[in-house]
Design a protein around this ligand. Structure first.
Ligand SMILES: O=C1O[C@H](COP(=O)(O)O)[C@@H](O)[C@H](O)[C@H]1O
Length: 823
């Protein structure tokens, strides 16, 4: 297993609370420095009591030892689907235990409860979704994260190994997308709950298990020291922290174990492996004043999420077949291979600095870099740690905090080398570190073995008593055999150069090398035991929390990539996934920048077009105004000439009368020619209708044999008198209008230089119109008379012809015999 635990024992619950206080406040202070708020998720059960004891204790007066509750955002790692004032409610629990007792001068935290409106829903999914949205408001809105990053998650563990409301063998353990899921069949009442998912829990910056009570002894042993336990939800949290945890052990000296807590901290994860190389498992057994009635474990975790998920799925797979080993579940036989630890076991044997280098290099290769990143800070931190290491202290002092602890671990190149130079079996022997409060810094002091430790680990074939650290052989861990073949010093291997031997993860490798190693590892028993996962199983899923509705933006992508960098989520062993992720990121960036460019282009085009339109419209308006002014000028000139002419011929009064005359004539013409009912229009229409009839009669005559009188002849009648009188009257009126117009002193165009003045156009246009009206009236009248004349002559000719025909037929007939004679 990867990772190394630090075990602390506390004499009583008060001491646990004291250490918990330091731990929580350390996390608070770091979070406030980072982003001004402290985002913590709490569990229910026994935790709120211990937490209240921790946080309500009197402060030593320093800011570091003061909870700043007003800057806290408290979420629930899980919540029971009951009203908020229900005795089963985790909120009610934390409220009664802690929130209601916080002195006002410490401020009030923001508490994010479930939505009580939905506690009566049959299906808790909606409630889970709403709680996820609540998380997104705090986390995604600020950082556009793919997973929320809690500053701290405080967990409990049940006797069946459950944590949060993640129960053994429940499908929620497989949830890779959602942040919060519903549970309907919790084996522990009440059955309906919501819970954070494993990826969310394991993505927290710090994770602490606070497990108190004698009933936790067995399950803690199982969770932290057995393969079966690794597959239980609490074990999966460790597994999720994945390659970050070597193995977790604990030590108690009697079955009176009543309390303990296990702290996890991400900050120093990069160093634990080196530490694991140097500390052997027996060191804690030599701790003389270990008080195992209460145990406190400190583990350091990293955030290689992809491998954690792969391992988790492998662990879940195993669990489903080994669940029967838990008393709560039917026994299922499992093969030895199934019980093989996952790849994290291999990872555990890999020197951390080189693993970190590997990750860092990979990050450089695949992801955008961010200055001032956690990685860089880690490098700085390593130097400090290296100095601390030189002082020789490896044992964690309780209360020194995870960051301080990580600084005590060896990580200098020299230390790495020395750790790598340790006999391999010794390196592999480390499974845990138990550090009691006030543990002397001299790790090499002889510590008597613990009877309970033996009792708890009695299944182990070898339980070393108290050998010197350097001489202590570890219990054989077959699962780590793959790492025995690792090179003793880290080696940088450029992509493609790895050949037949097994690659150690400390080597910096490219895709080809990784592939080669995989193939080689595939031949090991360990690899055989580990289920093969398709390349995209976890990493890809991890990229898209189901409930994140917004598409990625340039801003949130860069934030994500930076976050990925910080969280160490690029898998060293999955360059193909990392390459795809990079490609995905690039495409997303391209996509988001394209749509941004497109929007910019549209906006610019619209702006340009609007500018052009405005300028054309402006020019048009200017031209129109100029044209109007020009017309006005011409009209004024024409009027001026007209007035001058009028004055020449008469007086000013004549000019006004002339204007009135012009106006009346114009009005008269309009009235006469008005399309519906104008007198002139009517007269013309009557004539045109009559003329049309004339044409029809003439055409029909041409077709018929009128001469034989076979058809009744149709005659053309003259238009009626009324029409003729109207035409005459109209003629006179039009003529009068025309004369009046002609009598006006409006100057002819040539007098104004062929001016286009509207006045001239109107006057001349009306003159022309009146002239044509007169001509039309005359023509209509004349045409009517002509047609009537022609009709008369045709009628006469026809009558003559008919008469001649009639006479000749009488002549041929002989003397007429009266009809009366013929009968
Ligand atoms: O049901 C629950 O149980 C666990 C463990 O509780 P504990 O009383 O054994 O500490 C707890 O962590 C979880 O929040 C709760 O809902």
């Amino acid at each position: 297993m990867a990772g190394t635990p630090n075990l602390y024992s506390c004499p009583d619950v008060d001491a646990v609370a004291k250490q918990l206080r330091k731990y929580v406040l350390n996390n608070q202070n770091a979070a406030l420095k980072r982003h001004g708020t402290f985002r913590v998720a709490v569990s229910g059960g026994s935790l709120p009591g211990t937490l209240a004891k921790a946080l309500l204790a009197p402060s030593n007066g320093t800011p570091e030892d003061t909870p700043q509750f007003s800057k806290w955002d408290i979420f629930f790692a899980d919540e029971r689907v009951v009203p908020l004032d229900h005795p089963d409610s985790n909120y009610r629990l934390i409220k009664d235990e802690l929130l209601d007792k916080i002195p006002s001068e410490l401020g009030s935290p923001t508490v994010h409860t479930i939505d009580p409106k939905h506690v009566n829903d049959e299906d808790p999914t909606e409630l889970a979704d709403l709680y996820q949205e609540e998380l997104m408001r705090t986390f995604a809105a600020k950082d556009s994260v793919r997973l929320p990053v809690f500053d701290l998650i405080l967990l409990g563990t049940g006797p069946d190994g459950h944590t949060c409301s993640l129960f053994p063998a429940h499908p929620q353990l497989r949830e890779n997308d959602a942040w919060v899921v519903g549970v309907t069949d919790s084996p522990k009442p009440p059955p309906k709950r919501i819970t954070l998912t494993l990826p969310v829990v394991s993505h927290a910056l710090s994770i602490a298990f606070v497990a108190t009570g004698a009933g936790k002894k067995d399950i803690l042993k199982k969770v932290f020291d057995t393969e079966e336990g690794h597959s239980l939800p609490s074990g999966l949290v460790n597994t999720h922290a994945g390659d970050k945890i070597s193995s977790v052990g604990f030590e108690v000296e009697s079955s009176k174990c009543v309390g303990g807590c296990l702290f996890g901290d991400v900050a120093g994860w990069a160093n634990w492996s080196i530490h694991a190389e140097l500390v052997d498992s027996s060191s804690h057994l030599r701790t003389p004043h270990l008080r195992p009635q209460h145990l406190q474990l400190h583990m350091q975790v990293s955030h290689s999420i992809d491998s954690f998920l792969v391992d988790r799925n492998a662990a879940i797979d195993r669990y489903t077949s080994i669940a029967g080993s838990s008393p709560e579940y039917p026994k299922v036989e499992t093969s030895r291979a199934e019980r093989q630890p996952s790849s994290k076991a291999v990872a555990s044997s890999i020197p951390a600095p080189t693993r970190r280098d590997n990750v860092a290099t990979q990050r450089k290769s695949f992801l955008p870099q961010r200055s001032g990143s956690v990685r860089e800070k880690r490098e700085v931190s390593e130097k400090v740690q290296g100095q601390n290491n030189n002082e020789g202290s490896r044992l964690q002092q309780p209360g020194s905090g995870p960051q301080q602890q990580s600084q005590q671990q060896d990580s200098t190149p020299a230390a790495r080398r020395s750790s790598l130079a340790q006999p391999q079996d010794r390196r592999l022997s480390l499974s845990s570190r138990i550090v009691p409060p006030e543990t002397p810094t001299d790790q090499n002091a002889a510590i008597p073995g613990s009877p309970l430790r033996k009792q708890l680990f009695e299944s182990k074939p070898t339980a070393p008593s108290s050998p010197q650290k350097s001489q202590m052989p570890p219990p054989p861990r077959a699962t780590r055999s793959a790492s025995l073949r690792q090179p003793s010093t880290p080696k940088i291997v450029p992509p493609g150069e790895v050949k037949g031997h097994v690659r150690h993860r400390s080597q910096v490798v490219g895709a080809a090398a990784t592939q080669a190693v995989r193939q080689t590892e595939g031949s090991s028993s360990l690899s055989k035991a580990k289920p093969q996962r398709p390349p995209f199983t976890t990493y890809q899923q991890h990229f898209s929390p189901k409930k994140e509705s917004k598409p990625p933006t340039l801003a949130n992508l860069s934030s994500r990539s930076a976050e990925s960098e910080d969280a160490g989520s690029i898998p060293a062993s999955r360059p193909d996934v990392a390459a795809l992720q990079t490609e995905y990121l690039q495409l997303c960036l391209l996509h988001s920048s394209l749509s941004q460019k497109n929007a910019e282009w549209r906006a610019n085009s619209e702006k340009e077009l609007r500018k052009k339109y405005d300028s054309v419209a402006g020019r048009y308006r200017v031209l129109l105004a100029e044209e109007r002014d020009a017309q006005r000028l011409l009209n004024i000139q024409a009027l001026h000439h007209w007035s001058a002419n009028a004055q020449r011929h008469g007086s000013c009064r004549d000019f006004a009368a002339q204007i009135q005359t012009l106006s009346r004539v114009i009005q008269e013409v309009m009235d006469l020619s008005e399309p519906h009912g104008g007198r002139y229009t009517k007269a013309v229409r009557i004539f045109e209708d009559w003329l049309e009839r004339v044409v029809q009669i003439r055409n029909s005559r041409r077709r018929s044999k009128i001469d034989t009188l076979a058809d009744e002849p149709e005659f053309i009648h003259p238009l009626d008198r009324e029409w003729k009188e109207e035409v005459n009257a109209l003629g006179a009126k039009v003529e009068l209008c025309l004369r009046e117009l002609q009598n006006l002193d409006i100057p002819p165009p040539e007098d104004l230089g062929n001016s286009d003045a509207a006045l001239l156009r109107i006057a001349n246009g009306h003159k022309d119109l009146l002239v044509s009206m007169m001509e039309e009236l005359k023509t209509m009248r004349k045409t009517e008379m002509d047609i009537v004349g022609l009709e008369r002559s045709w009628t006469a000719q026809t009558a003559d012809r008919l008469r001649a025909v009639d006479e000749s037929s009488i002549a041929h007939r002989g003397p007429r015999i009266g009809a009366w004679k013929r009968t």
